[in-house]
Design a protein around this ligand. Structure first.
Ligand SMILES: NC(=O)c1ccc[n+]([C@@H]2O[C@H](COP(=O)([O-])OP(=O)(O)OC[C@H]3O[C@@H](n4cnc5c(N)ncnc54)[C@H](OP(=O)(O)O)[C@@H]3O)[C@@H](O)[C@H]2O)c1
Length: 341
């Protein structure tokens, strides 16, 4: 049985990834900073939870011993430039070095739509710049710059080539998301919805489709010669943030399904709101850096393959989101009843 190590397996996407990896007949080990973060997945058969300081390279390298493939889903949405650098650049670089040392065959790294490994500095936020630099480090260290021809490093003769898949999802929706659920919750409380970045455009993708893409990338990586693949993971429709916020309230049945008025804030007011929210204690709803990310559209560039290249027909938000926003149970989709657009 092939052994897959997952970092970030306790998170929103990670829990679905673990479930699908196990269903595909793979043995899974999840590295977590705190074992109790793995409560939701530790019941899964063939799954081991290992507490580990993933930022300690020696401990990380040891954890990769005997592993066939690694999935990295670790990320942060908020924090200082140094924190983004540590989590989105230094950690992937350490994972790539550990893969080299331990002879891991394939690494699947979940990045973000809008990240650019060729020109990370052109991106508008710390989040996207660091995601791009992380991709660049992975490509270089795993030896895939020889394939990508992108980084300009002379081919090393004796560098082990670790296969690498970079997945770039747009915003991800699904039961327990921190996106549509949060907007619906806010509109249960407030009669109007002042919104920064209302014009920003997204191409939301279903969490199950993202998880399936990870699993298929692992399986392909184990079956094929090492190579670099970059995929953009998006859903079938593009929406503005204003539309998404309004739809979340309507789907949740707020104000008898009519939703609340959404008031797009002018740029200066949006910046002020984001800066103030970013200063609040706990995980902020929005920060200035999030708003900066929204200065470019979060839609597929078309430069890279999509879910279809993995044989996945992306599900439509309209078919899935009402089921969980309205509090209905998400049952299996009966045969013949499409969730696709
Ligand atoms: N959700 C979205 O809409 C979205 C959109 C585009 C891209 N993505 C990407 O998809 C991936 C998964 O996203 P997600 O929404 O599932 O994330 P998530 O729920 O926030 O989970 C991220 C995981 O990272 C680990 N983690 C968090 N901070 C860390 C730190 N400082 N050091 C080490 N580990 C840390 C946590 O694991 P432990 O607590 O177990 O250590 C957590 O389970 C990420 O790469 C994200 O950038 C997500």
């Amino acid at each position: 049985m092939k052994h897959i190590l997952v970092l970030g397996g306790t998170g929103f996407v990670g829990s679905h990834v673990c479930e699908k990896l196990i269903r595909a007949g793979l043995r899974v080990t999840v590295l977590t900073r705190r074992a109790h973060n793995a409560r939701a997945i530790q019941h899964l058969p063939a799954l081991t939870v290992l507490e580990c300081n993933v930022h300690n390279e020696a401990a990380l390298t040891q954890a990769l011993s005997g592993v066939d493939a690694v999935v990295n889903l670790v990320a942060v949405l908020h924090g200082s430039a140094a924190k983004f650098e540590r989590v989105h650049v230094a950690l992937p670089a350490a994972i790539a070095r550990a893969c080299q040392l331990q002879g891991v065959r394939h690494l699947v790294h979940v990045s973000a739509l809008g990240a650019d490994h060729l020109a990370p500095q052109t991106r508008p936020s710390n989040y996207l710049r660091s995601k791009g630099r992380g991709e660049m480090a992975l490509i270089e260290i795993t030896g895939n710059d020889m394939v990508a021809g992108s980084v300009g490093q002379a081919p090393g003769v004796d560098r082990v080539l670790v296969g690498l898949t970079l997945l770039r999802p747009s915003v991800i929706f699904g039961a327990h998301d921190q996106f549509l659920n949060v907007f619906a919750k806010l509109q249960r409380v407030f009669p109007v919805m002042p919104l920064a970045g209302a014009q920003a455009r997204f191409q939301p993708v279903w969490v199950q489709d993202v998880a399936q893409a990870v699993v298929q990338s692992v399986c392909m990586g184990l079956a094929q010669a090492p190579q670099l693949r970059i995929l953009e993971l998006v859903g079938p429709q593009v929406y503005s943030l204003r539309q998404l916020v309004h739809m979340a309230a309507c789907m949740a049945g707020i104000n008898q399904g009519r939703g609340r008025p959404v008031i797009g804030l002018p740029c200066w007011m949006g910046n002020l709101q984001a800066a103030m929210l970013g200063l609040m204690p706990g995980e902020p709803l929005m920060s200035s850096d999030n708003l900066d990310s929204m200065r470019i559209d979060n839609v597929a560039s078309g430069d890279w393959a999509g879910l279809e290249a993995l044989g996945i027909a992306p599900a439509s938000l309209l078919a899935i989101a009402p089921q969980y926003l309205a509090g209905r149970r998400m049952g299996p989709v009966p045969a013949g009843q499409s969730t696709r657009a």
